[in-house]
Write a protein that binds this ligand. Structure first.
Ligand code: GLN
Length: 480
């Protein structure tokens, strides 16, 4: 058995044929993860005990002739902003360095109920704020494809473990691109479902109106299967959607003949590099498979970054107020008064990016500035959502690059936050609109750096998105 290349279907077949047991697979995955981790720093924690007992349960069920579930024995990793009962969950922050949650996130619970084996928790940007994984309090993650480069962020660890082959799939979170951008940088599949499709219960909140949980996987089929398991209404999250969850695998076999794909012209203006070349090759491939490709416009695109960094910082300033040394977090020991305790705890606990966002967010919500910034940004958000609605009245799906450039070098963009924020230019619009989007591998640059193609569809049209992605993958899109 070679953990580094197994897919979910191969695991199912292997278990059935008794080529290996779930316990053997878990032990091998844990061994490999421990051996490989010094190269990437992608795992913050390996949960040997929990993984081995989940795997033993699967083996017992198999031996007793019971159905161990659609993800039986599949080794998965979970981003460290998603809580796991009894397993330290740090959000890659000093503040939560020793936080042991008393419950599991719904997505984690559903994965384990489906037979998945949780190997450990993955590194990320602190509280999911960043695009390079360099904002982690526990050190950056290196891209397994090019170790002098970042894996993207904020879910850099979750993308890296799948690319590195130490986990077969993983969970990440996406607020403005944090699943899609690292998936594109590491050459794996990453899915941000419709807002509300997957419960956020147990996802430590960054910007609640934009936060999503979604899967990373080695191929489209595995990503669809992961989403099948984690999607659906959850009474613990009132924003989770009531809409029934279709079996996403049904969409994977359909061809794409006659599908109409829109290319938003604003996304390609001024983009003349190998990323643009790869996406064009991808479009040619889809055309050859019978898709009709048309030009569309999303006229408010240029306001997206400004609106996003007002809305997400406003929500973050409110969400992060709870980390004050009283309940969850470390408490600055030298504090003498209560105010001192708040100030010192937060001052020492939060990293620079979190502080920057808390300050920005507090400012845009303050009396006198609220209308000028926050309210205006919300209006822009509506306009951006309307742009998509109009585009989807003409086409079935949109295709864009995920990021304007491939994985960049470690430290390259650290000194200039604005430069870093620009990496999200193509992913933030879909997040503001709450529509499903994904990154599917679309070949590599001449230096061998992976390029991701972004597919966006209407609210709850994950089937349409998977149909396009899997047809693209079958036609050889990932190695273009
Ligand atoms: N890179 C974006 C940011 O820094 C997106 C982060 C995310 O999606 N969690 O906010």
């Amino acid at each position: 058995m070679n953990v580094a290349s197994l897919t979910i279907s191969q695991i199912r077949d292997g278990l059935r044929a008794k080529s290996f047991s779930a316990s053997e697979l878990a032990a091998e995955a844990l061994r490999l993860a421990a051996a490989e981790n010094p190269k990437t720093n992608a795992y913050l924690l390996l949960s040997d005990e929990r993984a081995l007992s989940a795997a033993a349960r699967v083996d017992q069920q198999l031996a007793a002739g019971q159905d161990p579930g659609p993800l039986a024995g599949v080794p998965v990793a979970v981003k460290d902003v998603i809580v796991t009962k009894g397993l330290r969950t740090t959000c890659a922050s000093r503040l939560l360095e020793n936080f042991i949650p008393p419950y599991d996130a719904t997505a984690v619970q559903r994965l384990e109920q489906a037979g998945a084996v949780i190997l450990g928790k993955t590194n990320c940007d602190e509280f999911a704020m960043g695009s390079s994984n360099e904002n982690s309090a526990f050190g950056p993650v290196r891209n397994p494809v090019a170790p002098d480069r970042v894996p993207g962020g904020s879910s850099g660890g979750s993308a890296a473990v799948v690319a590195q082959g130490t986990a077969v799939a993983s969970l990440g979170s996406d607020t403005g691109g944090s699943i899609r951008q690292p998936a594109s940088f590491c050459g794996v599949v990453g899915v941000t479902p419709t807002y509300g499709r997957v419960s956020r219960y147990g996802l430590v909140a960054f910007a609640s109106s934009l936060d999503h949980i979604g899967p990373f996987a080695r191929n489209v089929h595995d990503a669809a299967l992961m989403l099948n398991v984690i999607a659906g209404r959850d009474p613990m999250d009132s924003t989770s959607a009531l809409a029934p969850v279709p079996d996403y695998r049904a969409a994977l076999q359909q061809d794409v003949r006659g599908m109409k794909i829109g290319i938003p012209r604003e996304y390609f203006e001024g983009l003349r590099n190998e990323t643009a070349d790869q996406i064009r090759k991808g479009l040619d491939l889809l055309r050859a498979q019978g898709c009709e490709i048309v030009d569309v416009s999303l006229p408010h695109t240029s306001y997206a970054i400004a609106a996003y960094y007002i809305i997400c910082t406003a929500e973050a300033s409110s969400n992060l107020a709870r980390f004050d040394g009283v309940r969850y977090t470390f408490r600055a020991p030298e504090a003498k008064t209560m105010l001192d305790m708040y100030n010192l705890t937060r001052g020492q606990g939060f990293g620079a990016e979190c502080k920057r966002r808390i300050m920005l967010g507090t400012y845009v919500l303050s009396a006198g500035y609220y209308d000028a910034y926050y309210l205006k940004a919300q209006r822009v958000r509506s306009l951006i959502a309307r742009d998509f609605q109009q585009a989807f009245s003409q086409v079935d799906a949109l295709i864009t690059p995920v990021s304007p450039f491939p994985a960049f070098k470690l430290s390259e963009k650290l000194a200039d936050p604005m430069e870093m924020y620009l990496s999200d230019i193509y992913t933030i619009t879909g997040s503001l609109a709450g529509i499903p989007c994904m990154s599917v591998p679309c070949g590599a640059t001449s230096e061998g750096l992976p390029v991701g193609m972004q597919i966006l569809t209407r609210h709850f049209d994950e089937p349409g998105m998977f149909r396009l992605a899997s047809s693209f993958e079958r036609a050889g899109g990932s190695t273009l």
